[in-house]
Design a binder for this molecule. Structure first.
Ligand SMILES: [Fe+2]
Ligand SMILES: [Fe+2]
Length: 473
């Protein structure tokens, strides 16, 4: 374990070469994966050489190798962070037991469900983003899109590895099904809501990678605590890649805001081909609220089961000093609950049942920091406008606030009040048409950028901004 055989078709540090059964299973799955990638991956760029980072080692500075590759030739590998033979379970009912190296029989079904639900999001986002290359604002951004796409592909591999390695026949069937569902398909949609929403333009892409990939970060962090050691080690390594996805979103929206602020000094940003700050706010409201839904219900028996079973922890459950204790028994969480007339009461939940909300709290805090950094950009550019996160009750479709209406400040609304005002908070068809009207073609000359976005301060991996990030053939 720990060393990687580069000669193998599937680069890995899981000793695949000595596991014939698993090797055969993954080699049988691989052609279907490539078929899926060619059908649902980035459309129109499969023959081009893209300056991509490939994981070739899990070492601190060895896991990111850069070079031009055609995406279908990308070396999707299987990497787990190195194992700790002494690792013990550190939360839930199994606290103190040795971490599991095999699937515990009693949790087989729920564990498989957790892995499939995570795995399903990975190809879904590739599907959502498959046409974006055709309207990229620069080569730099095009390359970043493709980097995100190939890594989501690798994340699918990571989950499929667990299914094949630990779940036998039903694992194989689930691995096939991950290639069969399609984002937004009426008959066979992806499992979670936000992964069926269209991602029609680059502003949505940047908001998606800021907020939806950040949900991914928190789900992975919770799973990285798992008592099922292979899941913990797999998700831990996925987090190293996830950071770049959020960087793409965070800096992408930041560059859009910078450009808007600069244009506002010259006049109406709309007349100058930029995206007004108020319109960016609407997309923040949309993707943030869709992403909040991904955490699941505030009061959840599943969440209690996952935590109790030591399968899914809290954010940084094992970090020194973060939590006083790790069973979460005999503790509570207060939640504001509304009825359909707008009366609200505080409901006191057993802490285990509130674990989705606890994870959402960590996420909200992280998102607040992102918003602060965007506002610093606006301030620095001399713009008086600011962006903000809507309240977590706003525009929800899961949990106790779904079916109710709230302002972005969290104030309860009657349905007709919501109807009258929602277009001021969420993107309208006209907003979407305007954003799309700015993005009608790909900007592919090295160093050139679309009018609606500022260039980044620096290139990728020390390369200049006008580097040949994608070589067309
Ligand atoms: Fe991912
Ligand atoms: Fe991601």
């Amino acid at each position: 374990m720990g060393t990687i055989n580069y000669q193998e078709r599937i680069p890995n540090n899981v000793d695949l070469g000595n596991d014939r059964r698993l090797q055969r299973a993954l080699e049988a799955w691989q052609p279907n994966y490539i078929d899926w990638w060619m059908e649902m991956g980035p459309e129109g760029f499969q023959q081009d050489d893209v300056y991509l980072r490939t994981a070739v080692s899990v070492d601190r500075d060895g896991w990111a190798h850069f070079g031009h590759v055609k995406m279908p030739d990308y070396r999707w590998g299987i990497f787990l962070t190195p194992s700790d033979p002494d690792r013990a379970i550190h939360f839930g009912d199994h606290m103190g037991e040795k971490a599991w190296q095999k699937v515990p029989g009693e949790y087989r079904n729920i564990l498989r469900r957790i892995i499939v639900t995570q795995g399903d999001t990975e190809p879904a986002s590739v599907e959502q983003q498959r046409l974006l290359g055709q309207t990229c604002p620069s080569l730099y951004d095009l390359r970043n899109l493709f980097q995100v796409n190939v890594e989501e592909g690798r994340h699918l591999w990571a989950m499929v590895y667990l299914l094949h390695r630990y779940f036998g026949r039903d694992g194989r069937e689930e691995a096939e099904a991950l290639l069969e569902r399609r984002s937004g398909d009426v008959d066979s949609p992806r499992i979670l809501g936000a992964f069926n929403e269209p991602c029609e333009h680059w502003l949505s892409f940047f908001c998606f990678t800021t907020f939806t990939d950040r949900d991914g970060k928190y789900q992975l962090r919770a799973l990285a605590e798992s008592g099922f050691d292979p899941l913990a080690r797999t998700t831990n390594f996925m987090l190293t890649e996830e950071a770049h996805h959020m960087f793409v979103g965070h800096t992408g929206v930041g560059r859009v805001l910078k450009k808007s602020a600069e244009m506002m000094k010259q006049g109406d940003p709309r007349k100058l081909g930029a995206i007004p700050v108020e319109m960016v706010q609407k997309y923040i409201n949309l993707w943030y609220s869709l992403s909040l839904d991904l955490f699941g219900g505030e009061d959840s028996s599943n969440a209690a089961t996952f935590f109790g079973a030591s399968l899914k922890g809290r954010d940084q459950e094992g970090k020194d000093g973060k939590y006083d204790e790790h069973t979460a028994l005999g503790q509570t969480y207060d939640l504001a609950v509304f009825d359909k007339d707008g009366n609200h009461v505080i409901e006191t939940l057993p802490l285990r049942r509130a674990m989705n909300e606890v994870l959402r709290d960590a996420y909200v805090e992280d998102c607040e920091k992102v918003i602060k950094s965007w506002n610093r950009i606006l301030e620095k550019a001399g713009c008086d406008l600011r962006v903000s996160l809507p309240h977590r009750r706003f525009h929800r479709h899961q949990g106790v606030y779904s079916g109710l209406y709230f302002t972005p400040e969290g104030e309860w609304l009657r349905p007709e009040q919501w109807q009258a005002r929602k277009h001021t908070w969420l993107p309208t068809p006209e907003d979407s048409a305007y954003v799309k009207s700015l993005m009608t073609k790909a900007i592919v000359a090295p160093g050139q950028f679309a009018d609606w976005i500022a260039p980044p301060p620096r290139g990728i991996n020390g390369q200049p901004i006008d580097f040949d990030y994608v070589d067309f053939h």
